[in-house]
Design a protein around this ligand. Sequence first.
Ligand SMILES: NC(=O)c1ccc[n+]([C@@H]2O[C@H](COP(=O)([O-])OP(=O)(O)OC[C@H]3O[C@@H](n4cnc5c(N)ncnc54)[C@H](OP(=O)(O)O)[C@@H]3O)[C@@H](O)[C@H]2O)c1
Length: 164
Amino acid sequence: MSAAIVLVLAIADNGVIGAAGAIPWRIPDDMKRFKALTMGKPIVMGRKTWDSFPKKPLPGRTNIVITRDSSWKAEGASVVHSFEEALARARSENPSDICIVGGAEIYRAALPVATRIELTEVHASAQGDTHLALIERSIWRETAREDRQTPEGLRYSYVTLERV
Ligand SMILES: NC(=O)c1ccc[n+]([C@@H]2O[C@H](COP(=O)([O-])OP(=O)(O)OC[C@H]3O[C@@H](n4cnc5c(N)ncnc54)[C@H](OP(=O)(O)O)[C@@H]3O)[C@@H](O)[C@H]2O)c1
């Protein structure tokens, strides 16, 4: 069986996913879910998302980082220079899932080949500088939805989308 390509993505209702190199909301339970979804699997990210992690690499996962800079290196990062090279590197581990963990540039490259999206819808109009177009629902089937709320009252939903 070939690996599923899974986008793990949190997006506000207005399409914002990032602000000033970070995530514009704090939802601790979503961080736990991210860990559970990605643990033991290769994770593919852009160099800016790597830079945004306070502690890196993320443990227990092969951190595959895409950059155009042929001299870029970072302790704990498996460095590649294209999205295709990232997939090949991830597939070499023979995983069940390859997790695509952002940011916007890498989600855009991955969307045409993704098999599943593990989405966190953040029900707010967030301020930010990194956006994604809203997901074209006609080609995705919603197979799970769980509505939740933080103690501060921020509503969010965990949604699983599978390619039709
Ligand atoms: N809400 C979420 O779920 C989520 C998840 C992840 C990240 N984020 C947020 O998103 C923001 C970062 O996203 P971003 O779109 O600005 O950056 P990004 O996708 O993380 O990284 C972009 C960088 O990746 C490299 N890259 C991209 N496409 C490439 C290609 N085809 N070939 C080779 N290298 C390529 C380049 O690195 P070089 O410049 O080194 O060449 C580029 O500058 C941050 O605010 C972060 O917190 C949000």
